[in-house]
Design a protein. Structure first.
Length: 341
């Protein structure tokens, strides 16, 4: 496993995905600080431009800790990998398809309490539930307004990117990447579903989140206290990627499911957010970039999962989507995030 930072730190961070109990190094935040609340333990390019069982290991759009302690990694080319949590080495790959056997543009991933997979696709958009062998089990309802134009008001390649279960496992939340037509360009919608007693999911409340100008939301993860880690991302040709990590709180936000355009009602309360870090401020740790970047550590970061916690600190794993492009890299990042009150 070719590591670009001290082996012990990254191994500990990756091992946390398997056992969820590894203690944080005492000096982690001061040694590799990105901000007062975020530090980076290391990164790995071990899977960059590799294949497994004749399947390209890249295009990664989502990560999750699987029920067996491995890492589940979802490709937007409709492949679901299981990775060894310590080495990142692939253990298996399962192809996913829709009801007609067609590959998905799969973007978001949740491992449910029963071990099944919830997977979002941004094409329609849709959320489907799969067995551990990839058999399609269910499909969730989607509000008409969130469908891609002309069926709805969403832009192509701008729909469900992030997917997470809130604490308790009964509420699913999906984040739109970009704003709906008619909404302010910086206001995106987060849709929820409630699990029914029969195991299906019914539409729930919807909330509004304001991004920084020019950025979208590629991923969202629920924290143990019901708040959200939100990734915001953008790209400027010749400059590179912008990737920011926010702590957001949907509690107290207005249900926007009945509001046609946002923000048109001044009394509507948006999800509050607090910047944890702009990843451009992280130490580069000797990383190199294949295209211009404001920090050579950065790439097209799109996947995020929480792999463990100690008191008020979360262990967070990120991954970049290389788009099967020679100028981009499949890269994993091990962070420690201290939650603020």
């Amino acid at each position: 496993m070719p590591l670009r930072t001290p082996l012990a730190l990254l191994t500990a961070a990756l091992t946390a995905a398997a056992c969820l109990t590894v203690a944080a190094p005492a000096q982690a935040h001061t040694q590799h600080a990105c901000s007062p609340t975020v530090s980076i333990d290391g990164y790995s390019d071990a899977l960059d431009k590799t294949t497994y069982e004749n399947t390209y290991v890249g295009n990664l759009s989502a990560l999750a800790v699987d029920s067996d302690g491995s890492l589940a990694a979802l490709s937007d080319r409709s492949s679901l990998f299981r990775l060894d949590a310590r080495t990142l080495k692939p253990r298996s790959v399962v192809p996913l398809t829709d009801e007609n056997g067609t590959a998905l543009d799969s973007e978001g991933l949740v491992v449910a309490g029963d071990g099944t997979y919830l997977v979002s696709s941004e094409t329609e958009p849709s959320i489907r539930r799969y067995s551990r062998t990839g058999r399609l089990l269910d499909r969730l309802p989607v509000p008409d307004a969130l469908r891609v134009s002309p069926a709805g008001r969403a832009r192509p390649n701008g729909t469900f990117e992030g997917l997470t279960l809130l604490p308790g496992g009964r509420t699913l939340l999906a984040s739109m990447e970009y704003a709906l037509s008619g909404d302010d360009s910086t206001t995106v919608r987060f849709q929820t579903w409630r699990r029914t007693p029969h195991g299906h999911f019914a539409l729930g409340a919807q909330y509004a989140y304001r991004t920084d100008p020019g950025l979208g939301v590629p991923e969202v993860q629920a924290t143990p206290d019901g708040r959200l880690l939100v990734l915001e991302r953008g790209f400027t040709s010749g400059v590179g990627n912008t990737v920011r990590l926010y702590l957001a709180d949907p509690r107290g936000a207005t249900d926007t499911s009945g509001i046609d355009t946002l923000p048109t009602r001044p009394e509507a309360r948006l999800i509050k957010k607090t910047l944890l870090t702009d990843l451009v401020t992280c130490p580069s740790l000797g990383a190199t970039a294949k295209q211009p970047q404001p920090n050579p550590l950065l790439d097209n970061i799109e996947a995020m999962t929480i792999t463990g916690r100690t008191k008020d600190t979360l262990k967070v794993l990120l991954a970049s989507d290389d788009n099967e492009n020679q100028t981009q890299t499949t890269r994993f990042y091990a962070l420690r995030v201290r939650l603020t009150s």
